[in-house]
Design a protein around this ligand. Structure first.
Ligand code: HDE
Length: 740
């Protein structure tokens, strides 16, 4: 290192600096013992995960204690005779039980429920004009770890609740770790971080009974957001389909706050970060989401892991909206420091700057997804923060929370948190210290360790805080006047949606408020809705059986932003799940052809039959069954093909005109339920042969939108694929007729 970059103490004699190796570099932990060397790690389904060989899979020849002592018995405690008491001297028993007793760590106070994946980020280089961040230079590839999450629920709660989703990305760059800790919604409930405990206490289960779990449909949440009206815009996004994503793979991500990019000359640009999923932005419908919570609470976690394992790697483009770093930090009348506001893409287009691909599942949930520690203050040269008062509080909170969650200040040494850039800090000791630091002078300035480590200049990659001029005023607890408008962005979002999406919003408010016991809370929230949109208010009030109030504030009119709508466009169908209902009566060569065609289109075919095993047909080849009528439910499938589903002829009473489920019915009631749910949820449904009768039994008109009844897979599968690229048959949903 150049000596001139070294310590400078005014008035002190300069210290001659010999070129020495840095003695304080942390020593790597000792390598695992030969017995602990695991084979290549494999996932639960048997495929390699790509985890390192020393991932400590259970592979050694003999079981040992934590001290490496080989064990002859781990099933019986050491007792005074076979019926006698257990002896305190049983070291193995004590070690085993003590370790077990301490297996749990505190879950995250928010975002406790999550799923993670490894991947890479490749920069297009388009941002390098405005930032000196090395990982944003052209064609640089950076390893990443991403954790998606819900906010309100406990670690074991269900995935498809109505909630905001976290979208956190750790970029392991050569210049230090950069964390982009965002959400799937571009605005936030509060403008100042000091309100965060209030917001979360209101959203979490009631403190007396600890219910409801992972829900906003309860009195305390609506009490808070109806009183604290700056929360209305974010609440509106949560009540839209954004609150119930189809998959983590089909979510947008947003940095929410305005950040600052800095180029090599120190010139700054304000930016907002966006993640755009290559598969498009798609959601569940509310009834579907509720059924999933019971049928498969791990729906999103499973979807992400299955897609990665099958090679359908999810991808997102990272993009930025850029704004001049002006003195007032306003853009088109919107305060860039107000995190309850977003900037419509029509006003500031999102410019792509790189592509992220998630291509490996974690090897161990606890070690990686649970122990990963994100922090908006993990910055790299070229990216800096702004004075957004929500971001400012986050800069304190994330480091602080890890100290209780991960048991001390050394969490950066946990493998998933270790930077890929060389670390040469002067942090020492503390709980869970695993580094063996050399040297005698972990302080600065020093002469004993040769003065090392030296201070870097910007030319060798030092982080330089932007020397921002602050227009100081009074020291006071007050917001700027530009934070006062609480309703215009909720109006902007609602009026930008299509009529079908608006109907979903109306249904969501009506459901959530319908779960509130206190009439005064429902009344107060209806006033907030009146301030947002009179038609929305009237429709929700009607559903609640309450009078619609009039507006209390004069909300400014806004230009809609069609970019926020999820409807329209065609998207890749990779990884979409197609259920094929079959039974031994049908022509199995058509079922096999359908399965192969779905597979060839990059989708996942699952054959559903009366029982598991292999379907031995009357016609055609035997086909392996993936789901039985007992284990299948419509929610698992993005589209359904009915190629069977009848009750075996022997069980039906010929000629009897019976309703589904009654003796003599010709379709299994579980299949009828599956098809009628898929119909209600706007899913593509194809049918041929005996499957056509299932449509009749489910009351599905053959000519309804999104229904294709044909001769076999050749005519049906291409149409189903085309329908799936639009996600749902939107024409089947009612539109919000009563909205202004
Ligand atoms: Fe967080 N948030 N947050 N948050 N947040 C945490 O940090 C907090 C906010 C977000 O996958 C905690 O490590 C405060 C906005 C995500 O591990 C905690 C405030 C946004 C995650 C915390 C906010 C987020 C967290 C809990 C108001 C979107 C999951 C565990 C000032 C831009 C990270 C942890 C993961 C997690 C505090 C507001 C996103 C307690 C005080 C705004 C995605 O530190």
């Amino acid at each position: 290192m150049p000596a001139e970059d070294n310590i400078k103490i005014p008035g002190a004699p300069s210290i001659e600096q010999p070129a020495v190796e840095e003695p304080t570099a942390a020593r790597e932990p000792l390598p695992p013992k030969p017995d602990q060397q695991g084979p290549e790690a494999v996932s639960a389904t048997g495929s390699p995960t790509g985890a390192p060989a020393n991932s400590r899979a259970q592979s050694g020849q003999y079981l040992t204690t934590a001290q490496g002592l080989r064990l002859g018995d781990t099933d019986h405690s050491l007792k005074a005779g076979p019926r006698g008491p257990i002896l305190l001297q049983d070291h193995h028993l004590r070690e085993k039980i003590t370790h077990f007793d301490h297996e749990r760590i505190p879950e995250r106070v928010v975002h406790a429920r999550g799923a993670g994946a490894h991947g890479t980020f490749r920069s297009y280089g388009t941002a390098s004009k405005i930032t000196r961040a090395g990982f944003l230079a052209p064609d640089v590839e950076t390893p990443v770890f991403v954790r998606f999450s819900t906010v309100l629920g406990s670690r074991g709660s269900a995935d498809t609740v109505r909630d905001t989703r976290g979208f956190s990305t750790k970029f392991y760059t050569d210049e230090g770790t950069y964390d982009l800790v965002g959400n799937n919604i571009p605005v936030f409930f509060i403008q100042d971080g000091i309100k965060f405990p209030d917001l979360i206490h209101a959203g979490k289960p009631h403190p007396d009974r600890e219910i409801p779990q992972a829900q906003s449909a309860h009195d305390t949440f609506w009490d808070f957001v109806s009183l604290h009206t700056e929360a209305q815009a974010h609440t509106m996004w949560n009540m839209s389909d954004r609150g119930i994503p189809r998959s983590y793979r089909t979510m947008e991500g947003f940095g929410v706050h305005t950040f600052r990019l800095v180029d090599a000359a120190g010139k700054t640009t304000l930016v907002k970060f966006h993640w755009k999923p290559k598969l498009g932005v798609h959601s569940l419908v509310w009834e579907e989401a509720q059924i999933i919570n019971g049928m498969d609470p791990d729906f999103h976690r499973r979807d992400l892991a299955d897609a990665i394992e099958s090679g359908a790697y999810p991808e997102w483009e990272l993009g930025i909206q850029t704004f001049p770093d002006t003195e007032d930090q306003m853009f088109e009348g919107i305060d860039l420091l107000d995190p309850t506001k977003f900037i419509p893409e029509e006003l500031a287009p999102v410019q792509p700057i790189g592509l992220m691909t998630l291509n490996a599942n974690p090897t161990n949930y606890f070690a990686e997804t649970e122990q990963v520690a994100f922090h908006p203050g993990h910055l790299v040269p070229g990216i800096d923060v702004t004075n957004d008062p929500l971001l400012q509080v986050r800069l304190f909170s994330y480091l602080d929370t890890q100290i209780s969650r991960l048991g001390g200040p050394n969490f950066a040494q946990i493998p998933i948190n270790r930077p890929h850039a060389p670390v040469n800090d002067m942090l020492r000791d503390g709980m869970h210290q695993t580094a063996v630091h050399g040297g005698v002078a972990p302080y600065h300035p020093n002469s004993l360790d040769g003065g090392c480590p030296f201070m870097a200049g910007q030319d060798v990659g030092a982080f330089v805080d932007v020397p921002e001029e602050i227009a100081a005023g009074l020291k006071e607890r007050r917001n700027p006047a530009s934070f006062d408008d609480h309703f215009s962005q909720a109006r902007l979002f609602f009026r930008s949606l299509t009529s079908v999406e608006q109907d979903h919003v109306i249904q969501a408010y009506t459901f959530e408020l319908g779960k509130c016991y206190e009439a005064v809370i429902r009344e107060r929230q209806l006033v907030a809705l009146a301030n947002i949109d009179a038609g929305l208010c009237a429709a929700v009030a009607k559903g609640l059986g309450m009078p619609a109030p009039t507006a209390t504030v004069d909300t400014p009119d806004v230009e809609p932003s069609p970019a926020v709508s999820q409807i329209g466009g065609k998207w890749p169908v990779a990884g979409r799940v197609v259920g094929i209902i079959a039974d031994s009566e049908g022509d199995m060569s058509l079922v096999a052809a359908a399965r192969d065609a779905v597979d060839a289109a990059g989708m996942v075919p699952l054959v559903i039959a009366p029982s598991g095993g292999v379907l031995e047909p009357k016609h055609g080849p035997a086909v392996t069954v993936q789901r039985s009528y007992l284990t299948a439910r419509s929610i698992e499938f993005d589209a359904i093909i009915a190629a069977g589903g009848g009750i075996p002829a022997a069980d039906a009473i010929p000629g009897r005109d019976a309703k589904a489920g009654e003796p003599g019915a010709t379709s299994d009631p579980r299949v009828v339920l599956m098809v009628s749910e898929a119909f209600r949820h706007g899913k593509a449904i194809g049918a041929w042969g005996p499957g056509a009768a299932v449509l009749d039994a489910a009351g599905v008109p053959h000519d309804a939108p999104g229904i294709i009844s044909g001769e076999g897979p050749d005519t049906v599968i291409p149409v189903v694929r085309e329908l799936l690229s639009a996600h749902r048959a939107w024409e089947r949903f009612p539109a919000a007729g009563s909205v202004s």
